[in-house]
Design a protein around this ligand. Sequence first.
Ligand SMILES: Cc1cc2nc3c(=O)[nH]c(=O)nc-3n(C[C@H](O)[C@H](O)[C@H](O)COP(=O)(O)OP(=O)(O)OC[C@H]3O[C@@H](n4cnc5c(N)ncnc54)[C@H](O)[C@@H]3O)c2cc1C
Ligand code: SF4
Length: 353
Amino acid sequence: MKKPVCIIGGGVAGMQVALVLSSLGMPSLLVEKSPVLGGRVPKLSRTFPFFNDDGFNDGKEFSDAMERDLRANPLIDVRCGAVVSALRGDFPNFTIELADGNSLAVGAVVVATGFTPFDPTSLAEYGYGVYPNVITATEMEWMLNPRGPTGGKLVRPSDSKQAERLAIVFCVGSRNRRIGAPFCSRICCSYSTKQASTVMERNPRALVACFYMDVRTYDRGFEEMYSLAQERGVRYIRGRVSMCRQLPDGSISVRAENTLLNRPFSGEFDLVSLSTGMRPCADVNELARTLEITCGPDGFFLCREWFRHPHDATRDGIFLAGCATGMKPIRNCMIDGAAVAARVTALLQEAQV
Ligand SMILES: Cc1cc2nc3c(=O)[nH]c(=O)nc-3n(C[C@H](O)[C@H](O)[C@H](O)COP(=O)(O)OP(=O)(O)OC[C@H]3O[C@@H](n4cnc5c(N)ncnc54)[C@H](O)[C@@H]3O)c2cc1C
Ligand code: SF4
């Protein structure tokens, strides 16, 4: 009997590890903290880039299809609402303990615990948490989702009136040394452009202004998505927003410095969406202690060898997949998942020989 591989985190990265392991004949135990699988993807209104024609446009549909395959697979043991509380032994003879008291022998451990969006409450200049019509990109994503609270309509939370004027503020909680976050969160330019483009597609009369430092739509198809957004009428204004203030009618006055024209900008919007950067999963430090692995200066889990073994954690037998090592789009999480499954299988087979 082969020992299973324990996968911590049942988002798309963790599910992909389990599915590819099973195709290689390897059993796995998928431990997911929340009661459901899928992580952040099922709540995405649609997924960038747009050009793919494989019917993959709806986050929930994609994640549900993976879950169906997983649940039907006899090599995958899924435990939702479970957490790993201790790890004993060494590769390839680990024992994991779950918080419910169960303990199991496993050959290796994969960490696929994803990310948490930055909470912008502490950045007083934006008024998040004070003004109801200042929301985060994650809230915006759910609002644009036809399955979400407004059936996909863009409204002002203060009075549920349709929002016609939208400001999107890039780089909130990233590229900001003052708060100890000098890094770029890599995907917020793309998800914000997706959201802006979606708003214009659904309502060509809308006014959508994106305030950016520079637009980083770096991957295949992303630049085309940026061009499409501009063709649809999304305006990109280069500059940092210095202040958002609520006006008596609930709309938000936005002040910024237009650094291309070198002059101040001020305008009124119905809704302001903050493109928040990303932080590691909530219990990253506790998990690092339990598994005896290390995190990088950005707080995400660190790999042992940046180039040669980008999916090996800093301890033998522990591997990393998806956004546990930093922010990336779904496609890269799927690539990670497949690569980790192949590496774990090869190392376990080697260890058995
Ligand atoms: C607003 C927004 C829009 C986006 N739009 C797109 C898009 O259009 N296209 C695209 O490609 N990407 C998009 N993304 C990125 C996408 O959400 C990520 O690529 C994807 O969610 C990463 O998957 P993951 O499995 O690594 O992590 P997650 O989705 O975060 O899943 C991690 C899982 O691990 C679980 N977990 C955490 N800690 C523990 C623990 N200690 N024990 C057990 N389980 C644990 C969590 O509950 C969760 O289920 C968007 C992101 C945001 C924020
Ligand atoms: S991806 Fe774009 S919005 Fe996000 S931190 Fe980097 S530059 Fe800023």
